[in-house]
Design a protein around this ligand. Structure first.
Ligand SMILES: Cc1cc2nc3c(=O)[nH]c(=O)nc-3n(C[C@H](O)[C@H](O)[C@H](O)COP(=O)(O)O)c2cc1C
Length: 216
């Protein structure tokens, strides 16, 4: 697969099959991702991978936490601008409609909360951390995209989700993440459930002519 095909075919898989991803494949993907550029070659990423019995244990704890009413920590960030909110609402509503649900029904939103609590069935969760003294979000973003594109090259699908980090205390304890590190991102890796309609969803993009201001 060439890089153009990898970029074009990558999309968020929200329902993984239980088929495991071999550790060797995961390590190959992550080794490729370490080729990512970073400011001053600082390579600020620290990676914790969980699969097998441990991810099943974490999945169970997430589900129990959700059932107990602890859906996660509320965001401390300021509200998003309305044009961003609109784009996010558009894809959310499109996904709900694809599932035959009414976006206006508040109960519909619970579907994704429930899926999120079971980590979308991903057999592998990659948790990216960074030293608390650093704020190299750009470097981490590049690293994440490298993981997703490298995974694509290995025929492995991915899903980046803020929701994966909704229970940081569980991740910190089970993955033995030191207090000196911030938990920054979570990426699910695996193979798609072939019967899942949600995996047929492809999100729209703004046209490049709208995004780019080009002077020559
Ligand atoms: C930093 C980040 C956090 C995300 N968090 C979530 C999430 O919590 N729940 C979710 O359904 N999708 C999440 N996504 C996936 C985006 O919704 C998705 O990438 C976007 O809609 C574009 O769709 P695509 O990945 O299929 O191209 C996240 C993506 C990124 C990059």
């Amino acid at each position: 697969m060439d890089v153009i095909e990898a970029i074009l075919t990558r999309h968020s898989v929200r329902d993984f099959s239980s088929k495991p991803v071999p550790k060797e494949t995961v390590m190959n993907i992550l080794e490729l991702a370490t080729r990512s550029p970073s400011g001053g070659n600082s390579q600020p990423w620290e990676v914790f991978v969980v699969s097998g019995a441990t991810i099943e244990k974490i999945r169970k704890m997430y589900r129990e936490r959700l059932q107990g009413g602890g859906a996660g920590t509320p965001s401390e960030r300021p509200p998003l601008p309305s044009f961003i909110q609109e784009r996010m609402t558009t894809v959310r509503n499109e996904r709900l409609k694809l599932l035959g649900l009414d976006p206006a029904d508040p109960a519909s939103a619970k579907v994704f909360t429930e899926w999120s609590s079971r980590l979308y069935g991903a057999p592998v969760l990659v948790v990216i951390c960074m030293d608390k003294a650093l704020s190299s979000d750009l470097d981490i973003g590049i690293f994440i995209q490298s993981i997703c594109i490298a995974a694509q090259g290995y025929g492995v699908d991915s899903f980046i989700a803020g929701g994966f980090l909704s229970q940081p205390d569980i991740l910190r304890r089970e993955l033995e993440i030191p207090e000196s590190l911030n938990i920054v991102a979570g990426i699910g890796l695996g193979y798609p459930n072939p019967n899942s309609i949600i995996n047929t969803y492809r999100s729209p993009r703004r046209p490049v002519s709208e995004v780019v201001r080009y002077k020559s």
